[in-house]
Design a protein around this ligand. Structure first.
Ligand code: ADP
Ligand code: MG
Length: 470
């Protein structure tokens, strides 16, 4: 297959996995530069796109590539020269001036000066780019922010004698919200603030999925005691996206021990999740009650004014400007999530770097935000698989071990995971109260089958197409 055709296929698979604004922002003007054995080189228009693809989309991108080229294991990026030059050259927004720029004293726009930091502190796991200074506070996140600040203040006022035994009312602090509303930012800001104000405080930030991998590795090496001991040394433990612990019994057990050890010593624990503790399925009761034992704060969707303030903040960070009505257009239309808001803003900035006309920019943004994101539901997936294999829903959700039923059932589980990002436990419930380990195993089987059987890739594509388009 030619690289262009292959890239089209890969993009069509990817398009279904991510939102329309993200897709258009990050995958436009990309192509395959070269594909050789395990390596594929993707050509991208500039350094931002490379950073974002590497840091935010690599897993999804790789899985889409492997759908069509299972041999690929590694993605490399190259920046195509024409646009990278225009970015590196200190282009100013000469064609576009706005009020904001006048009031702020005609700053030059130069994206190359804004180094996006994806650097992580090796010891704490914290990324220093997340701070309180660049976190916009509004009524949507006021409570969570106030709790966060209060914790950092307690650490500042804590005397040396206390040796890390700092009592706060918010222990644990449990922050929840939909995706992209600032949980990670806030959690990391707390950590950064604490390590910056006192070098002696040991802070650990870890995404729950990494924590789980550590526990699994320690079970294999029989070093659970060591892990528990290691975590004992931290003054502050921050675990992001704790909902991933659902259904993982051993990880829950280890976490329960660490949690108890730390809280007995008055250490601070901070957790985030996409839902409140009561809504996390397959969570041990004793953990659920621990999670809710301190302070629970949610972050809600933003208002137009708050989105404007966030956009201004992001421009400030990038030392860039953009006409006010474009900002307003973005703030009016990209409502669900701050990450997407930022994505569309960067898209607009890149276009104005390329000196595109205002009208062009507006038109393009309209195209991005106005096409509704394609949606599918678990029911739709189940129904489409049933139709494709000509079996009934009852059979799919049932217990039959016949080959004609098992494959469609496994396919359904795989698609629920791939298309809807559902957790193994929640797929287990949806597929007729199976065990979550069955789901994990089934998804693995399908991935394996996709590697080996090209015809099966086509089947999956057809099912996916139908699920989205019928
Ligand atoms: P979550 O963890 O809830 O999915 P993130 O913390 O990753 O969300 O936030 C997504 C993006 O939006 C990040 O780039 C973050 O810096 C930005 N962001 C979120 N909330 C705010 C805020 N209140 N002020 C400024 N930027 C924010
Ligand atoms: Mg997050």
């Amino acid at each position: 297959m030619k690289n262009t055709a292959l890239w089209q296929l890969i993009l069509s698979s990817l398009e279904k996995k991510i939102s329309r604004p993200s897709f258009v922002t990050w995958f436009q003007k990309t192509s395959i530069k070269q594909k050789k054995g395990e390596k594929i080189t993707i050509s991208v228009p500039n350094i931002f796109v490379r950073e974002w693809l590497q840091n935010k989309f690599e897993t999804k991108l790789l899985s889409s590539i492997q759908q069509f080229s299972p041999e690929v294991k590694k993605i490399k990026y190259t920046i195509h020269s024409s646009t990278s030059q225009s970015l590196n050259a200190k282009t100013t927004l000469s064609s576009i001036r706005n009020k904001r720029q006048e009031t702020k004293g005609n700053k030059k726009t130069d994206h190359s000066q804004h180094k996006i930091e994806f650097y992580q502190n090796r010891l704490s796991g914290l990324n220093p780019k997340y701070t309180f200074e660049n976190f916009v506070v509004g009524s949507f996140n006021q409570l969570a922010h106030a709790c966060a600040v209060s914790i950092t203040k307690k650490f500042k006022s804590g005397s040396k004698k206390q040796e890390g035994r700092i009592k706060t009312e918010y222990n644990p602090l449990f922050i929840y919200s939909n995706v992209g509303l600032g949980k990670t930012h806030l959690l990391e800001a707390i950590g950064n603030e604490i390590i910056n104000s006192s070098k002696r405080k040991k802070v650990k930030y870890i995404p729950c999925s990494n924590f789980t991998s550590q526990v699994i590795a320690s079970i294999r090496d029989q070093s659970i005691e060591k892990i528990v001991q290691d975590y004992n040394h931290f003054h502050v433990l921050i675990i992001d996206d704790i909902e991933f612990i659902a259904g993982k019994e051993r990880t829950q057990e280890v976490f329960f021990r660490i949690f108890n050890d730390l809280s007995e010593k008055g250490k601070q624990i901070i957790l985030s999740s996409d839902r409140p503790p009561r809504a996390i399925e397959n969570l041990e009761e004793r953990l659920r009650s621990r999670f809710g034992g301190g302070m629970i704060a949610d972050i809600s969707p933003t208002s137009f004014e708050e989105r404007m303030a966030i956009l201004e903040q992001k421009l400030e960070e990038r030392k860039s400007s953009i006409p006010e009505d474009i900002l307003e257009f973005i703030a009016k239309n990209v409502k669900s999530n701050i990450r997407e808001l930022e994505g569309v803003l960067i898209k607009a900035l890149i276009m104005s770097e390329e000196e595109q006309s205002l009208n062009n920019i507006k038109q393009e943004l309209k195209d991005i935000v106005e096409e509704p994101r394609k949606r599918i539901s678990p029911e739709k997936i189940i129904k489409t698989v049933c139709n494709f294999y000509n079996i009934t829903k009852k059979e799919i959700l049932g217990k039959s071990r016949k080959k004609e039923i098992v494959l469609p059932r496994q396919t359904t589980m795989y698609l629920l995971r791939e298309e809807l990002d559902l957790s193994f436990p929640s797929i287990a419930v949806k597929i007729g109260n199976k065990d979550h380990t069955t789901v994990e195993y089934s998804c693995g089987r399908i991935v394996e089958k996709l590697r080996k059987e090209r015809d099966f890739i086509k089947d999956i594509e057809v099912i996916r197409e139908r699920a989205y388009n019928n």
